[in-house]
Write a protein that binds this ligand. Sequence first.
Ligand SMILES: NC(=O)c1ccc[n+]([C@@H]2O[C@H](COP(=O)([O-])OP(=O)(O)OC[C@H]3O[C@@H](n4cnc5c(N)ncnc54)[C@H](O)[C@@H]3O)[C@@H](O)[C@H]2O)c1
Length: 362
Amino acid sequence: MQEAIVWEDIATIGKNLGAEAHKLEGKTVLISGGSGFLGKYLIGALCYLNDTTLAKPCRIISVDNFITGQPHPDFNFRLRDDVLEVWGDVSQPLPVREDIHYIIHAAGLASPVYYKKYPLETIESAVTGVKNLLELARKNKGLEGFLFFSSSEIYGDPDEKAVPTPETYHGYVSSVGPRACYDESKRLGETISTIYNEQFGIPVTIVRPFNVFGPGMGHADRRVLPMFAYKALNKQPIPVHGDGHQTRTFCYITDAATGFLKVLLMGTPGEAYNIGSADNEISMRNLAKLFVEIEGNGASYQMIPYPTNYPAGEPQRRCPDISKAKRELNFIPKVDLKSGLSRFIDWCRTDPRYSEGASQDA
Ligand SMILES: NC(=O)c1ccc[n+]([C@@H]2O[C@H](COP(=O)([O-])OP(=O)(O)OC[C@H]3O[C@@H](n4cnc5c(N)ncnc54)[C@H](O)[C@@H]3O)[C@@H](O)[C@H]2O)c1
């Protein structure tokens, strides 16, 4: 049942790409962070296209060092001969000897709890990782696209006047604060990417995702939605940090992954694109209330102080201006928050990691 939800979503992503998908025909795509939340969906979408759409399948090479990612039975690519999954650390040059046409750099430490625990690895994966992969790109004369996964966190805690936040906003970020390892390394990763575009003509595009969610997310990484889902399903009070007024928008995986692949296949080289949902900005307190409404049946929430292992200085508002992606890529999110959350919770319900007592070590 849960596998069905995942593969329905993967099919949606593949279908959403339309004719653009044919650019991948017969090509080789290298994905770093292929065992992470987003990486698994991107691989799944390429597999779907191979099975249904492409006259000549693409080949997919997934590289991950499993610092946080891990295989999941719902995303089982092991028996497929179009997917090669290898252990590799992008902070070292990768010994790839075959021609590569697309590189997607999705390796990183995406959860605040993890980047607080692994600050230097966070910097290495974004900065050294992107440089190593861009060097690999330089060696591949037939390279057609390079996608760097940056983050909405590069905007820091934006000025009220800059919310919804357009790509032109320069950000308000501390270079020494508790989130700096993530924010600043993503910013430098973007800088390095644009330099390789300018100096060497590498067709790099940058994506800045705004809180993506969906099946496949493990609750142990403590991003807000998996944590709320775990608590709601186990009838424990959903913890809302601080006064609960801080806001986010949330983008369901089918919309987000479609946007990412459109940026790779259609984006203008050297440019950055916000990908997220612009119309569902919600405070953490109201988000907790929505979980209680969806789950009903004994679910509750409570306000608590920020835990000590949570990096201070979280942005108070985050909401993307996605007009650039809409205009240039026809990126239009379709899944409303409540439907996406219901689908996510249905998947969590059947995942053993969301059972009470499952390890929450991070
Ligand atoms: N999911 C989101 O909402 C979101 C939002 C903003 C930015 N991003 C960025 O998108 C990318 C993917 O996010 P995700 O949600 O899939 O994260 P994730 O943590 O689920 O997956 C990241 C993967 O990268 C791997 N990894 C980390 N360092 C590595 C290294 N040095 N070499 C090889 N593999 C390494 C991890 O083991 C993991 O499998 C990340 O770069 C993240 O910063 C994600």
